[in-house]
Ligand binder design. Structure first.
Ligand code: NAD
Length: 476
């Protein structure tokens, strides 16, 4: 049993001033695997005070010192590899291969990329008539969701450390244990006291406390649009800088010269990865009308390559994170049928033989119109939609007919068409033919998918303020 009933504040594990706790459940077994303490506003105040006290010295550390710190963190993160993989599989239910190749690996890449980006980062520029100096934003409050327990925490923390900003992290209550390991890593490598503070707790107490705290200068949030809105409202009272990474309903545009089986595999992969609980997943698959039947056949053919089941077994799709998430996904599958979409594969209920655990059937709807609820709202489960188009211009129009703009995907061969579609999708990240991730490239959304960018040098910029210096005597 993992019982973590303390918060990490000012370089020490300390008891909460309250005594409320919350159980953490393994979604594959539905068993309680531990509990965390739900922090109080008093705990948060202590963490903010520690971060404020750390700010003057940490913000003045040299770039070289912070590069060294990030490199030490990356090395110690590697030392804890197996534990990180096991922990994420237990708390989130992701298959071991995904816990390793996606979750573990993304966390590692954010720390090592931040070190690399920092080496080449310029905090002082001579721009002819003036100088620009970039200063740490101050104290940052970080609020993260459950679906990527090391990715979202690590990208925020790595960028903040690179920029010289002390932080207070509040991870999601459903998957808090990976952040405990991160905290132990920071403690082990000697991150100065007060620079990293962990306060576990609920969104309504600690999350709300962070977004409204007068001594926090910047809030970086990843999660749902509804909570993002509340955070902006709260932050407005103290004119706090806010970065938001929210949801998506990303398009995957299949061109008519694409290999139909590869394209179908790409589409299924999006809903298999992390059981579809991915903000940047493609969940609207735009297929040329002439290819529709062949594509539907190919989806049925490749689906058996993605077995659902025990994340510790040889499966590619694990359970959803919680009963609540399972219920939400079921209601969207019902909604799709009511709206007149046709179930190609999947449907409501649990896959055969998987009565225990929050398993959902990978579900593909076809004959979908882009105006349907299942094509407009984020489902956050293994559910996708097939929508047909008759010209590239129509595909672009449908792709952009959404309130979201987090990601886009194009699959095909003709470079001119690939460029046209990729360049026209209104989203922060567009991948052609399942290109590999590049952690130096910025990540973030257009429209209601958010404000700001994470990863690499753009991520570091978020944790900085820009000062113009005029008449400043230059060094000679
Ligand atoms: P959520 O918004 O409910 O919770 C996210 C975090 O916010 C949690 O730590 C939660 O405790 C906290 N929170 C809840 N209420 C709060 C409040 N009033 N004030 C401050 N904080 C509060 O989201 P979730 O259910 O944890 O995650 C799923 C959602 O996150 C999906 O909509 C998904 O698209 C989105 N998401 C976006 C990205 C991205 O990078 N764009 C990544 C992952 C998830």
């Amino acid at each position: 049993m993992r019982n973590y009933l303390q918060h990490y504040i000012n370089g020490e594990w300390i008891d909460s001033t309250g005594n409320e706790t919350e159980e953490v459940i393994n979604p594959a077994t539905e068993e309680v695997i531990g509990k965390i303490s739900l922090g109080t506003k008093e705990d948060l105040d202590k963490a903010v005070q520690a971060a404020r006290e750390a700010f003057p010295s940490f913000s003045q550390t040299s770039k070289e010192e912070r590069v060294e710190m990030l490199e030490k963190i990356a090395a110690e993160y590697e030392n804890r590899k197996q534990e990180i993989i096991d922990t994420i599989t237990d708390e989130l239910g992701s298959p071991v291969s995904i816990s390793e190749n996606v979750h573990y690996s993304m966390g590692y890449n954010h720390f090592s990329q931040a070190a690399e980006s920092l080496k080449n980062f310029s905090f002082f520029e001579d721009r002819g008539g003036h100088f620009v100096q970039k200063d740490s934003v101050g104290v940052s409050g970080l609020i993260t969701p459950w679906n990527f327990p090391t990715n979202q925490t690590s990208t925020k923390i790595a960028s903040a450390f690179a920029a010289g900003s002390p932080v207070i992290l509040k991870p999601a209550e459903l998957t808090p244990f990976a952040a405990i390991i991160l905290t132990e890593i920071f403690d082990k490598v000697g991150v100065p006291k007060g620079v990293f503070n962990l306060v576990n707790g609920s969104g309504s107490v600690i999350g709300d406390g962070i977004s409204s705290h007068p001594d926090i200068d910047f809030v970086s949030f990843t999660g749902s649009g509804a909570v993002g809105q509340k955070i902006m409202e709260n932050a407005s009272h103290t004119i706090k800088k806010v970065a938001l990474e929210l949801g998506g309903k990303s398009p995957l545009v299949i061109l008519d010269d694409a290999d139909v089986e590869d394209a179908a595999r790409s589409a299924v992969n999006h809903i298999a990865n992390n059981s579809g609980q991915v903000c940047s997943a493609a969940t609207r698959v735009l297929v040329p009308s002439s290819m529709k039947e062949a594509f539907e056949d190919a989806v049925k053919k490749v689906l058996p390559e993605y077995p659902v089941g025990d994340p510790r077994g040889d499966n590619r799709i694990g359970p959803l994170v919680s009963k609540k998430q399972w219920d939400t996904v079921q209601s969207y599958i019902e909604k799709g049928q009511e709206e007149g979409a046709r179930l190609l594969v999947g449907g409501t209920g649990k896959p055969e033989g998987l009565e225990t655990g929050y398993y959902a059937k990978p579900t593909v709807f076809t004959d979908v119109d882009n105006s349907m609820v299942i094509a407009q709202e984020e489902i956050f489960g293994p559910v996708t939609t097939i929508i047909t188009y008759d010209s590239i211009d129509e595909a672009i129009e449908i792709a952009n007919d959404t309130v979201y703009g987090l990601a886009g995907y194009v699959f095909g061969k003709d470079p001119k068409n690939l460029r046209k579609v990729a360049g026209s999708i209104r989203a922060g990240r567009v991948k052609v033919n399942d290109a590999e991730a590049d952690f130096a490239g910025p990540f973030g959304g257009y429209k209601q998918s958010g404000i700001g960018r994470e990863w690499g040098d753009y991520g570091i910029e978020e944790y900085l303020e820009v000062k113009t210096l005029l008449g400043f005597p230059s060094e000679d």
